[in-house]
Design a protein around this ligand. Sequence first.
Ligand code: ADP
Ligand code: MG
Length: 280
Amino acid sequence: MASKKTSTDTRFPTPKKLTNHGPARIIAMCNQKGGVGKTTTAVNMAAALADYGRKVLAIDFDPQGALSTHLGVLAVPGEIPTVYDLLKGTIKDPHEVIRQSPIKNLDLMPANIDLSAAEIELVNEVARESILANILRKVSNEYDVIIIDCQPSLGLLTVNALTAAHGVLIPMAPDFFALRGVAILEGIIKKVQARLNETLVLDGVLATMYDSRTHHSREVMDMLRDKFGDQVFKSVIARTVKFPDATRVAEPITSYAPTSEAAESYRTVARELISRGGAP
Ligand code: ADP
Ligand code: MG
């Protein structure tokens, strides 16, 4: 049932330790709506996978820089190298941009407001949709999972993320407008599959900010399951102030409140992803 709690979910086994690392499976967190939990999912899924011994690279691909901030990096323009420098080609080696996060096994490729210019500046580049894919090829062997936190739009940056990715994960907040615009997102995914990245798959739809007490949340979950079937994650993320709190102290929930239900819910989603083959 939709209202079932996930806090002691044992359906997904503790993942096996990896003995060697790479090449990475690349996952794009994508939904053109803002405020649906993309960044929260990117940070906490990345941290949960890192806790399970996976080597993880989280890429901030939103000019708002929320993922960077969330992992303790204030990417002030001009002060530190960012993914924008790689897209523009002013820095060629991704290692010059990648930084360690405070979490073991989790690295970060930061972004800041400079990235907002890329959408326009890259329009006339050759193979403009594959720029990120080519950058990630240089570091893919060093990671097990690369998670790209997309901006809330379906422009060239998001198309770059979808072209670089093996899978796309769609976080959705269960309100009645959750499905509005999904057809457009699906259309973009289909176009990318047809023209740029034929192996791209939908890794799943994740319900975030779920409130099991409301009829409304349960109804929307039923709508999601009607539409996406098994592609909806069985685990859901409950609505709790723990997430904004963790953002405020710039830490993943798994380190800020490791024993909380909120932390366990992202560990469960990470295990579910692994058990579905969405991550090693
Ligand atoms: P997006 O990246 O899609 O814009 P965010 O992950 O930044 O969305 O989330 C938007 C806001 O909602 C943030 O303030 C975040 O802390 C909060 N939030 C995210 N997930 C939850 C949740 N499960 N419960 C309560 N608040 C949440
Ligand atoms: Mg975001």
